[in-house]
Design a protein around this ligand. Structure first.
Ligand code: FMN
Length: 367
């Protein structure tokens, strides 16, 4: 017979309850956040990523890939993967297969860095492209961008569409459009960066046009039931803040409804610069309430905070970044309330195929 204590222990915390996201039956709410790892030499995913992602896959789990370039102008960091060539698509296949073999759902995060780049990463050493010609203050690391002409913008939208098609070809279950953290889509969205005077600048409606054209094109290409969108309205990272982030977040949540996107993934307001937590009176709840599909909240969460947020219906899923990076078996550790490995910042972006990548121990190896 079960004692009362055991009964309580067997009761799942909200974070570990099943959830149906569109056609995907998830067995828990602990999502792998997109994490750039800079180990894809020459922008080609490598075989060591097979082990890395499959270590983090669990039956009914949901994994997001690291940010993956949509074209040869999309890159801004060394050794980040792409998905615009056949070779890249072929290289992704065994990685996706390994994640599927573990029973997890795997989406590819597709991005374009815009002005967060320099000539060294660009084809023929050309200037990076953006909505603006205003460069970042650090003009040693980042080259001043070239402002896209109005008639060039649909070409970039098309690059996202082709990348999404390629992701499906590689076997991914869907894509997440990276509209966060000061990269190209966010540059268009935010009034600190967007100084355009055409139909892609000025009003909220105009600044959102690029993002929403991508959402529409990608949805038409692969079906909205496998498209998610990541946003960080409150982030100021890469000199890309907005004077009214609440209005921006709400506008986007409502606009994404029109395209019936599978999910909306938002970064918490307390994360102004990606990994540094600050106090904030702002909240994602209005956007969560406005969006009709699945809502994913991320950034700054631990087991307790995540479970509380799901329990209070402030979100459906939680994406974990640094804890999942350092704990390949994070959902299992949350289940048994095991201590977590500490992440090591110094090895986040090392290009080593093992160190700081696939050598974080599983709980059973430590115990
Ligand atoms: C090493 C590292 C790489 C990251 N790469 C990406 C990325 O490729 N795409 C993205 O949207 N966010 C990226 N982020 C942000 C994370 O997805 C996440 O929002 C952030 O780590 C805060 O969540 P956490 O407190 O759970 O770590 C990265 C963060 C870290 C630490």
């Amino acid at each position: 017979m079960e004692t009362k204590n055991e009964g309580q222990q067997n009761q799942k915390i909200p974070l570990l309850t099943p959830y149906k996201m569109g056609n995907f039956q998830l067995s828990h709410r602990v999502v792998l956040a997109p994490l750039t790892r800079q180990r894809s030499y020459n922008n080609i995913p490598q075989t060591h990523a097979i082990l890395y992602y499959s270590q983090r896959a669990s039956k009914g789990g949901f994994l997001l890939s690291e940010a993956t370039g949509v074209s040869d102008t999309a890159q801004g960091y060394p050794h980040t993967p792409g998905i615009w060539t056949n070779e890249q698509v072929e290289a992704w296949k065994p990685i996706v297969d390994a994640v599927h073999a573990k029973g997890a759902v795997f989406f590819c995060q597709i991005w374009h860095v815009g002005r967060v780049s320099n000539k060294g990463f660009q084809p023929n050493g050309q200037d990076p492209i953006s909505c603006t010609d205003k460069g970042l203050t650090n003009n040693v690391e980042f080259s001043p961008p070239r402002r896209l002409r109005t008639d060039e913008i649909l070409q970039i939208v098309n690059d996202f569409k082709l990348a999404a098609r390629n992701a499906i070809e590689a076997g991914f279950d869907g894509v997440e459009i990276h509209g966060a953290h000061g990269y190209l889509i966010d540059q268009f969205l935010k009034d600190q960066a967007n100084d355009r005077t055409d139909q892609y600048g000025g009003s909220l409606e105009n600044r959102s046009r690029f993002a929403l054209s991508i959402a529409e094109a990608v949805s038409n290409e692969i079906g909205a039931h496998r498209v998610g969108f990541r946003l960080s309205p409150f982030s100021k990272y890469m000199e890309c803040g907005d004077s009214n982030p609440n209005a921006l977040g709400l506008y986007m949540a409502e606009a994404l409804n029109k395209h019936e996107l599978l999910y909306c993934h938002m970064v918490e307001p307390m994360m102004k610069i990606v990994t540094e937590k600050v106090e904030s009176i702002d909240s994602l709840v209005p956007m969560r309430n406005a969006f009709r599909g699945t809502f994913i909240a991320s950034s700054g969460y631990d087991r307790e905070e995540g479970s509380k947020a799901v329990g209070e219906n402030r979100t459906d899923l939680i994406a974990y970044g640094r804890h999942f990076l350092a704990n390949p078996d994070l959902p299992k550790r949350f289940e048994i309330n095991a201590p977590l490995n500490k992440y090591n910042r110094d090895t986040f972006y090392l290009d080593d195929p093992v160190v700081g990548y696939t050598d974080y121990p599983f709980h059973e190896d430590v115990a």
